[in-house]
Design a protein around this ligand. Sequence first.
Ligand code: ADP
Length: 269
Amino acid sequence: MSECNNDCSNCGQDCKERGQVDKPRLNKFSNVCKLYAVMSGKGGVGKSMVTAQLATLTRRLGKSTAILDADVTGASIARSFGIKDKAYGSERGILPAESVTGIKIVSMNMFLKDESDPVVWRSSLITGAVTQFWTDVCWGDVDVMFIDMPPGTGDVPLTVYQSLPVDGLIIVTTPQELVGMVVSKGVKMAKMMNVPIIAIVENMSYYQCGKCGEKLEIFGRSKVDEAARQYGIEKTARIPVDNALTSACDSGKIEYFDGDWLEDVAKSL
Ligand code: ADP
């Protein structure tokens, strides 16, 4: 068999790489078993918090876990884990940072002089950076990797769905968002791209009174079960508004936070 020149049009071989050669290849010193994207229709609904919690729970289940932060202009994953390290290179590629419990993380903040510097880039550069996080980072052996997607259905989600081997999608939303069309756009995009939707998470679903335990649906009645039925999604989860969660994310201590709302989803991955 002649050596692959990455051009299927001039090759008669029927190999397993056929038609795949244009896709970005994972760094050659890495192996990722399962890849899940976490997306939301809009920003600020808790997508990064859900990504961080899912990674934490997956790690607690004993799996080697990683997060690729594809929310390049709004990167907040490193902060949730208290990571301040800059990116380092080795002859095998860029080395991910490691959280306290050993979650491997790559986020744009690790490449900025100051994490408050804005990333004022055209979308082609942003998608290029996300692709490089896949091809140039030496991730090593990873059981489960999560991609924290930028909100919406723009260039980066398109690149991720089209060119990375995504096994499934987790949609994060709020009760207010479920009323509008934002979520259905994300669902339709995933269906167009043939990416299975694993779960839908309704964040800020209710507030639980610390004294009497009553659950108050402060942003309106939960619609997550209805939406799951409508879109044919098997798993749902509800996360309350919780002050302790805000502090855990904002002080870089998400790994120490005890919340079991996403345990079922994490186990199913
Ligand atoms: P996104 O990734 O969708 O932009 P984030 O996950 O960064 O949103 O969340 C935005 C802010 O809201 C963060 O400060 C986070 O700690 C806080 N937050 C998210 N979900 C909750 C919740 N259920 N209870 C309290 N604070 C939350």
